[in-house]
Design a protein around this ligand. Structure first.
Ligand code: 6PG
Length: 236
């Protein structure tokens, strides 16, 4: 069941996302003593990360394990990495335990295997994240699950993919749908008129996962919240 929450603009989406994440982390910490989050890449989450960084509360962040729902197969120091975005906007400002995708392997397949092992080591053999943050690409992809690619039907918790049509043209490591859909809370951030067509297709149930990968996001027991602005929702 999708919950669509509309904000007037991208700042409103960022504010709401920061609140949803903070509340979900605090709830998980109260229940389990720790919280697990998978951060999204792309540009949309930056505002939310910057807002979360304003409250580096150790009671929250010392008990938070931060992973990534996908990563480019490039050195962690590369400015285009999702790690770089998250560090600059959030992780360099809060005392979270950070688990970068280990991209220092000869192949993306080996990096994906190593990352899956790291997740299982930390979350157990049936990993369930408290929060998975996702974006929506202009082509309908999410994480690094691109239209028409084998990763869409990959088994296991982590897989790898050839580049999609959107830059940067590098291989990727990504959560599979199996791992995404086990999350307690999936938050999808969608802003701007460029996303309007894909968001409308998704909400209408008009497309297959192969052509619109975001349609594969359907948590089995968790909540799915779409935080969108009016431009993306066609309500501007
Ligand atoms: C990535 C992201 C990707 C992103 C979408 C939306 O590695 O690029 O994980 O899935 O979320 O492409 O990107 P924007 O937020 O920049 O529109």
């Amino acid at each position: 069941m999708q919950e669509l929450v509309l904000s007037d603009d991208a700042d409103g989406v960022a504010e709401r996302c920061a609140q949803w994440v903070a509340d979900a982390l605090d709830t998980a910490i109260a229940r389990d003593g720790h919280a697990t989050i998978a951060l999204s890449g792309g540009s949309t989450p930056r505002g939310a990360y910057e807002r979360l960084a304003r409250d580096p509360d150790p009671a929250r962040w010392n008990r938070t394990l931060a992973f990534f729902s996908d990563e480019r197969f490039i050195p962690p120091s590369a400015p285009e990495s999702n790690l770089a975005l998250a560090r600059t906007a959030l992780l360099d400002h809060v005392p979270a335990h950070v688990f970068p995708v280990p991209t220092g392997f000869p192949t993306a397949a080996q990096a994906a295997d190593a990352y899956e092992q790291q997740i299982v080591r930390r979350l157990g053999p049936d990993p369930r994240f408290d929060i998975v943050l996702l974006g929506l690409g202009d082509d309908g992809h999410t994480a690094s699950l691109f239209p028409g690619k084998p990763a869409l039907t990959a088994s296991g918790w982590v897989t790898h993919s050839a580049p999609g049509v959107l830059p940067p043209p590098v291989e990727r490591i990504t959560f599979t749908f199996s791992l995404i859909n086990r999350a307690r809370l999936v938050i999808v951030l969608v802003t701007g008129a460029k996303k309007r067509e894909r968001l409308a297709q998704w909400l209408a149930g008009d497309a297959t996962v192969d052509t619109l990968p975001i349609a594969g996001v359907a948590p089995t027991e968790g909540r799915l919240v779409i935080l969108a602005d009016r431009e993306a929702a066609g309500a501007a």
